[in-house]
Design a protein around this ligand. Structure first.
Ligand SMILES: Nc1ncnc2c1ncn2[C@@H]1O[C@H](COP(=O)(O)OP(=O)(O)O)[C@@H](O)[C@H]1O
Ligand SMILES: O=P(O)(O)OC[C@H](O)CO
Length: 694
């Protein structure tokens, strides 16, 4: 039975659901932005089958268990202590009690392994077959299973609710306030294209096409060749996107319609529903079956006009999509009521009884899903980069750098794209913060996925976290350059025909050189994006020239005499995401960027999930209903400064988990390496076309 208590006798929490490309997680956040409880499921890659159950869950070795538990215990104590201190207005006795009660249960890492049996899909499903969540059926093809995504989310939520239930019982026994969940926010990988039936709600085929899939290369190449350049320019102005990349949903939906008879049949019978992962989740996780997409996700479909924030008939027509034959989700803001949480029937049947009961109790509590953001927008919010000029870079499966341009839509002249950052309409009109905010985005298709490739395909390392130490065994890559273009090259190069290359190998080359070159390949792309964005931002602020020179001819990142930390447009790069956890990788990034930019690793490990929680909080129209924070400033005060009013009381640099990386590289060597990278890129581009023409 759910525990019922009066509102002021509870401590508020927000649930965040974060569906990444290679993992799903559910996190409970408190007012300090701390992870009170978390459960994560990591997916397999097809090259690592023996490490996974047939359903695609990563197997946990004894060794991994031991490490996780050790980390869990350490994190538990410190996390709980800070939480209690603020929530009880500094009552230290209370604090000590609470620490004892929650100690064994709460952690920010891997409590699940400690607290509940590790369930596999095979255990859950009787007569159903659920394939792996992520699969790579052919070169360049990346598919996800929409049903598995839902089940993973429910399993994560169930596990978290189970821990919360046990904790609350214990807290009540010890005369402590129980926790209460107020709302749910969602962050999700973007562009991934799913199609399902209006009649049944079930996927038409058992896969969605993931954002980094390149099966649509010929579609985009043909479109590019046959489209008048004036029209190309107009469409890019409307969408902010380089439409002839394989990246966006429009050409993926076109591929579905052209190549999968079942999808085309559903389209002809008006039974086809299209959506990205946000839409799929909200559709099935709300009682009302609400069919919506938040603006940040919709802006990645290639169908949305950034000027109207609605679908554009010309764009739909361009991709030959008849809107009368297909259901396309309504575009809504990032923070509003989307519906009350529900468990879809087809998932409920296959959940184990205890988890099912916990989920159904949760349904009875009518918890609203109130916030949704594409994951990169979510981490922009979670890093508190609300204001124009703020930037962040997230190193997950891919790497995504977003630069907040405020309410103004900036179209890049240097290869980055324009996207919708976030829209929180219920906030008070304070410097337009309640208006849609735009961002310039530099997207790198391959970041953590090259680490997975080294681990699963080459078996150079046993775990992702071993890559940094392996790469830093050598001082440089020994002349090796790795262009990790598994899915073509995204920003700022935009070449769907590029494929990954490793150049400069000699007998001197070791595994460490390859690992280092792989990591550098990601960091060089981040540098290329920063160079492009600096030029865009600089041209905007000083449109004429840079000391008489043409901006195109200047690498602002190497303008070391005038471009000091203080002067540079991007003096600090705020980073987060899986790969940023490695000190070695971030030092390599700082060395590649040089002295104009320092790398600042966020104290908030899960910025993306926190961003979704913030959106959910701001989705309550009435400020008095917002369970944790009154507005974004209030949120920053609690999350960054422990609720202390004067934000300068605790300098940000002294935040315990914050780490700054500065360049240790020599100017001449750094510049030489950058030239080598540019040469390698130019030799890798157009590879597929060259191969086909032979
Ligand atoms: N310590 C580490 N060093 C290098 N790479 C890492 C490390 N930890 C995780 N990764 C990489 O980060 C990725 C996972 O990051 P995450 O932010 O969870 O991604 P996503 O949201 O795309 O699932 C994986 O591809 C993994 O290889
Ligand atoms: O899975 P991530 O975190 O690398 O994010 C995927 C992006 O949303 C794709 O655009």
């Amino acid at each position: 039975m759910p525990i019922t208590t009066k509102e002021d006798e509870t401590i508020p929490l927000i649930v965040s659901i974060d569906v990444g490309t290679t993992s799903s997680r559910v996190i409970l956040f408190n007012k300090l932005g701390q992870e009170v409880c978390k459960h994560q499921i990591e997916y397999s890659t097809s090259a690592s089958e023996q490490d996974y159950t047939p359903a695609g869950r990563r197997r946990h070795s004894e060794e991994l268990n031991a490490t996780t538990l050790k980390e869990a215990t350490t994190t538990t104590n410190s996390t709980t202590a800070v939480t209690t201190n603020s929530q009880t207005n500094g009552n230290s006795n209370h604090h000590n009690n609470e620490k004892d009660v929650t100690g064994p249960i709460f952690s920010s890492v891997g409590f699940k392994i400690e607290e509940s049996p590790y369930l596999t899909i095979e255990d859950l499903v009787e007569n159903h077959t659920v394939g792996p969540t992520l699969r790579f059926p052919k070169p360049g093809w990346v598919e996800c299973n929409p049903t598995s995504i839902l089940i993973n989310v429910l399993e994560c939520l169930g596990a978290v609710l189970q821990a919360l239930h046990i904790t609350n019982e214990s807290r009540i026994r010890h005369d402590l306030k129980p926790y209460k969940i107020h709302c749910i926010g969602i962050a999700n990988m973007r562009e991934t294209t799913l199609v399902w039936s209006k009649k049944t709600g079930l996927p038409i085929v058992d896969y969605g096409i993931v954002w980094n899939d390149t099966r649509n290369t010929s579609i985009v190449n043909e479109k590019k060749e046959t489209t008048d350049p004036n029209l190309q320019e107009r469409l890019t102005e409307k969408t902010g996107l380089p439409l002839y990349s394989t990246y966006f949903s429009c050409s993926k939906l076109r591929w579905f319609l052209d190549n999968v008879p079942e999808v085309n049949e559903a389209y002809m019978e008006n039974d086809l529903m299209f959506g990205t992962v946000d839409t799929w989740l909200i559709y099935h996780l709300t009682k009302q079956h609400n069919f919506v997409s938040d603006v940040s996700n919709a802006s990645r479909t290639g169908f949305m006009n950034l000027n109207t924030l609605d679908y554009d008939p010309e764009l739909l027509q361009y991709w030959n999509i008849d809107p009368t034959k297909i259901s396309i989700p309504k575009i809504v803001s990032s923070a509003e009521y989307y519906g009350d949480f529900n468990v879809p029937d087809f998932c409920e049947k296959i959940m184990p009884p205890t988890i099912r009961q916990l989920l159904l109790n949760f349904v009875a509590q009518k918890v609203p899903i109130n916030g949704c953001l594409g994951d990169q927008s979510a981490s922009l919010v979670g890093q508190m980069a609300y204001k124009r000029g703020a930037a962040k870079c997230t190193y997950g499966t891919g790497c995504f750098l977003l630069y907040n341009t405020g309410t103004e839509k900036l179209i890049s002249k240097h290869g980055t794209l324009t996207t919708l950052g976030f829209w929180f309409p219920y906030l008070e009109d304070d410097f337009n913060i309640n208006k849609p905010h735009f961002a310039l985005e530099g997207s790198v298709a391959v970041a953590g996925s090259v680490v997975q490739w080294l681990r699963d395909n080459l078996r150079l390392v046993a775990r992702a976290e071993d890559v940094g130490p392996l790469a830093s065994l050598v001082p440089d890559s020994g002349g090796v350059v790795f262009v990790p273009a598994f899915s073509g090259l995204f920003a700022p190069y935009w070449d769907p025909d590029c494929r990954a290359t490793i150049m400069g190998i000699s007998q001197f080359t070791t595994a460490s050189h390859i690992a280092r070159a792989a990591v550098e390949g990601v960091c060089f792309q981040a540098r290329a994006i920063l160079k492009a964005m600096s030029s865009d931002a600089y041209s905007e602020s000083r449109p004429n020239s840079h000391d008489g020179k043409d901006i195109e001819d200047i690498d602002l990142l190497e303008d070391v005499d005038s471009c000091t930390y203080e002067k540079s447009v991007f003096s600090t790069l705020s980073v987060d995401g899986g790969m940023s956890r490695s000190d070695e990788v971030m030092q390599i990034q700082a060395d590649i960027l040089g002295p104009c930019i320092k790398v600042r690793r966020s104290p908030i490990a899960e910025s993306t999930a926190l961003g979704a929680a913030i959106a959910a909080n701001m989705g309550f129209k009435d400020v008095d209903d917002r369970p944790m924070w009154k507005n974004l400033q209030d949120c920053k005060k609690w999350v960054f400064f422990n609720g202390i009013d004067k934000s300068d009381t605790i300098p940000r640099e002294q935040h315990p988990n914050l780490k700054i990386f500065t360049s240790q590289s020599k100017d001449t060597i750094r510049r030489k390496h950058w030239k080598l990278w540019e040469t390698a890129v130019s030799r890798s581009t157009g590879w597929l076309k060259d191969v086909e023409n032979r």
